[in-house]
Design a protein around this ligand. Structure first.
Ligand code: ATP
Ligand code: MG
Length: 283
């Protein structure tokens, strides 16, 4: 991967999106411009409702109604494609299929013999460290394990771009930390291009080359922060803490423009929260 001469895999040009509700037109995304280079890890943070999931759905091709251009390797995105994988916050596994068969689903329309596909499934089970659970059903897995199956399923077609929408949001801190490290490992090993939406600023700094900060109503890119730290990153280092604090200062500003529950959570208590799950986050 040559990071000094980046090649843009994904290009967003003046992307805007409106939703109609109750007979009125509401702009959700406004003039989003973003280039994601091949092999880059881009984090997206922003308050609840600012349009992050909407943006990921457009990138994944799940929603084709938008203004502007979303290009992959110069070609306009027109629907879903094996070249772009998606991982949602909930794992969305089929409950009646085993781990193995859930992962294999991703290969249904892919070329290759049955033996080759079985081998690919085995490799991906190993990649997310779920050997021994091949025959388990989703209800027999923990939330973190199910999420790893979802990641394996999304990776199995070797998508050029993997978009992840708060994949670890519902997990406890230790599982989240474990999966963050796994994702960093997979990203480095697969030389994948990843776009991760998260409410967790620390997670964004831990994993991303650049963090996109969005503002709300309508969703716009407020600024893009580079994270020039070597990996693996140490959240306890002063350099890490400085970038995190810089990003959090944006949220205090954005938060002050929202109808934030200031009476319940005075600004001082927000500042002292170590693992800030973004002050005005919905969950
Ligand atoms: N299908 C829809 N129809 C109408 N409005 C929608 C639809 N989907 C989303 N919206 C609106 O678009 C805005 C952005 O929603 P989106 O889900 O993209 O936010 P988000 O940034 O992902 O929020 P969160 O952090 O809570 O997941 C919200 O105001 C939401 O109400
Ligand atoms: Mg969302």
């Amino acid at each position: 991967m040559n990071r000094s001469k980046p090649v843009d895999t994904l290009t967003l040009r003046s992307v805007s999106k409106d939703y109609q509700s109750g007979g009125t037109n509401r702009r959700v995304l406004d003039n989003i411009d973003l280039d994601v280079a091949r092999g880059e890890f881009v984090g997206i943070v922003g308050t609840s409702g600012c349009g992050k999931s909407t943006l990921l759905r457009l990138i994944a091709g799940l929603d084709r109604e938008y203004d502007g251009d979303i290009l992959m390797n110069g070609k306009r995105v027109a629907g879903t494609d094996l070249a772009r994988g998606i991982v949602f916050q909930d794992h969305r596994l089929l409950p009646w299929l085993s781990v193995e068969r859930n992962i294999a689903l991703g290969l249904m329309n892919a070329p290759g013999t049955r033996a080759e596909k079985e081998q690919t499934v085995r490799e991906h089970i190993a990649l997310v460290q779920l050997e021994g659970y091949e025959q388990a059903r989703p209800h027999q897995l923990s939330g973190g394990m199910a999420q790893r199956v979802a990641i394996a399923r999304a990776l199995i077609n070797r998508p050029e771009v993997l978009v992840l929408d708060e994949p670890f949001g519902a997990l406890d801190a230790m599982t989240r930390s474990y999966l963050q490290r796994s994702l960093a490992h997979i990203w480095a090993r697969e030389q994948a291009t990843m776009v991760l939406v998260t409410h967790d600023v620390e997670e964004a700094v831990l994993l991303s080359d650049r963090v996109v900060v969005m503002s709300a109503r309508p969703g716009r890119i407020r600024r893009i922060v580079e994270v020039p730290l070597a990996r693996p990153r140490d959240p306890a280092s002063p350099e890490f803490a400085a970038i995190k604090a810089d990003l959090l200062s944006d949220f205090r500003e954005i938060g002050s423009t929202l109808a934030a529950p200031d009476a319940l959570y005075p600004a001082a208590s927000v500042e002292s929260t170590a693992d800030v799950r973004i002050a005005s986050g919905a969950r």
